[in-house]
Design a protein around this ligand. Structure first.
Ligand SMILES: Cc1cc2nc3c(=O)[nH]c(=O)nc-3n(C[C@H](O)[C@H](O)[C@H](O)COP(=O)(O)OP(=O)(O)OC[C@H]3O[C@@H](n4cnc5c(N)ncnc54)[C@H](O)[C@@H]3O)c2cc1C
Length: 410
């Protein structure tokens, strides 16, 4: 039996503490907040989309950074195992569109409740309001932790689960990333991900509040296409947001930080080819020869886009349809197929669902979550250089890596 300290009572830390306790170790869970799982309460808009009930293969397809590293973790503790775990600890679950799993009550607190029951079952010593200030190391071995009040606690094994840098008010302030650097682990560059994007053109902000459904968003670095997906997006007072944009941020974030600007295009009519849309516009024009351009555009576009489209191409909205040339119609159709704007940056960590980057997976054994070159230290959860799309995948990464770290303690 080992004496194990788990730092961080978030998703990964609670699961790691449970798994180590289940294996018969004596486990202490240290959490700086006044309660466990503070971030879990705000996940899934308070409903906690705690996993995704898909196959392991599909799961790994939704992991953006380092999916291969997760093979052992996800095959050891998959989404079915997590659903069973939650149910066995007193919380009923349900699966919604896109295999997203939630507590049946729609209350995120019920997921934390299940975890707390599990921790109690295996006698984990939970110490709240307990902030760790550093790892204590001797040679190539971590031997314990020092608390903010200078007290030192020794351990045979420490599991680091301090999370990333997003939504810092929940406790994830990057402490683990700093300690990791100090003891010689590699930490890859971090950036906000699953985050809204800032844009340049004032006309984007003029459309704030407008949500677009069934559009295609494409993002380019020069001629190179970086992102191309269908879905929903939203215009805001600073730029763009919504599911399509959040996913895009995870793919383009690194390049955006390198280049400072990327060009984006919205295909407002992705179901129609250019020629099909041109034929549709021509039909509309023929039916409305004596009307103004703006009144015809209202049949093609959401109302708040009409003045913007007219403005961008310097059309006069009082122009009658019968005066519009074929060349002008072509420009209009091009605009509907590729409405342009410029992305200038990621929004901040406080708006980011996840942190991209973290402790390098090259320093971690994927079959145990132990550090390869530092004895007595394991790592799990968002503090690692792992991130996925929305849909329950990020929490499942935390559960699975936490579980594997816990059961792998000697
Ligand atoms: C708004 C929002 C919504 C989200 N919704 C979903 C969703 O529906 N589904 C999904 O899969 N993912 C979601 N996520 C992502 C998910 O919450 C994270 O991936 C997950 O919480 C990571 O778990 P973790 O345990 O690694 O880190 P965290 O949950 O950040 O936990 C880290 C813990 O460590 C503690 N800690 C840090 N430093 C110290 C220290 N020095 N001493 C002691 N304790 C310390 C912190 O207080 C914290 O409790 C969402 C994230 C956000 C911000």
């Amino acid at each position: 039996m080992s004496n194990v300290i788990v730092i961080g009572g978030g998703a990964a830390g609670m699961m790691a503490a449970y798994a180590a306790g289940m294996c018969g170790h004596s486990v202490t869970l240290l959490e700086k907040n006044e309660k466990l799982g503070k971030k879990i309460y705000i996940t899934g808009k308070g409903r906690c989309n705690f996993t995704n009930a898909c196959s392991e293969e599909d799961f790994l397809k939704n992991v953006v950074s380092n999916p291969k590293f997760l093979y052992s973790a996800i095959y050891t503790f998959n989404s079915d195992a997590m659903i069973d775990f939650v149910e066995m600890h007193g919380t009923e679950t349900k699966v919604e569109r896109g295999n997203r799993a939630f507590p049946a009550s729609d209350h995120a607190s019920d997921i934390t409740k299940a975890l707390k029951n599990a921790l109690q079952e295996v006698n984990v010593d939970i110490q709240l309001n307990t902030s760790v200030s550093k790892l204590i190391a001797s040679g190539d071995r971590v031997t314990g932790v020092e608390l903010k009040n200078n007290k030192q606690l020794s351990a045979d094994a420490v599991i680091l689960c301090t999370g990333g840098l997003s939504y810092q008010t929940t406790g994830s302030t990057g402490d683990g990333l700093r300690w990791a650097k100090n003891i010689g682990l590699n930490v890859t560059d971090t950036r906000p991900a699953l985050v809204p994007l800032n844009t340049k053109e004032p006309y984007i902000k003029e459309m704030q509040g407008l949500a677009l459904k069934n559009v295609k968003l494409s993002i380019f670095n020069g001629k190179k296409k970086l992102y191309d997906e269908f879905g929903e997006m939203l215009f805001t007072h600073f730029g763009v947001s919504g599911p399509l944009v959040l996913s895009a941020s995870s793919i383009i974030g690194k390049k955006l930080q390198e280049t400072g600007e990327l060009k984006a295009y919205i295909d407002l009519k992705p179901a129609l080819s250019f020629d099909e849309l041109d034929a549709r516009v021509l039909r509309d024009f023929n039916d409305n020869m004596n009307k103004h351009l703006s009144s015809v555009l209202r049949g093609l576009l959401p109302a708040s886009m009409v003045p913007v489209v007219i403005d961008i191409f310097d059309f006069d909205d009082m122009r009658q349809i019968n005066s519009i040339t074929k060349e002008e119609r072509t420009i209009l159709v091009e605009l509907l197929k590729a409405f342009p704007f410029t992305i200038t940056g990621l929004r901040e960590y406080k708006e980011a669902i996840i942190t991209q980057g973290g402790i390098s997976i090259k320093d971690i054994d994927p079959s145990t979550m132990k550090c390869k070159n530092i004895n007595g230290l394991s790592v799990a959860g968002e503090v690692l250089d792992l991130d996925a799309f929305t849909g329950g995948f990020n929490l499942q990464i935390a559960w699975a890596t936490g579980y594997l770290a816990g059961i792998s303690i000697d």
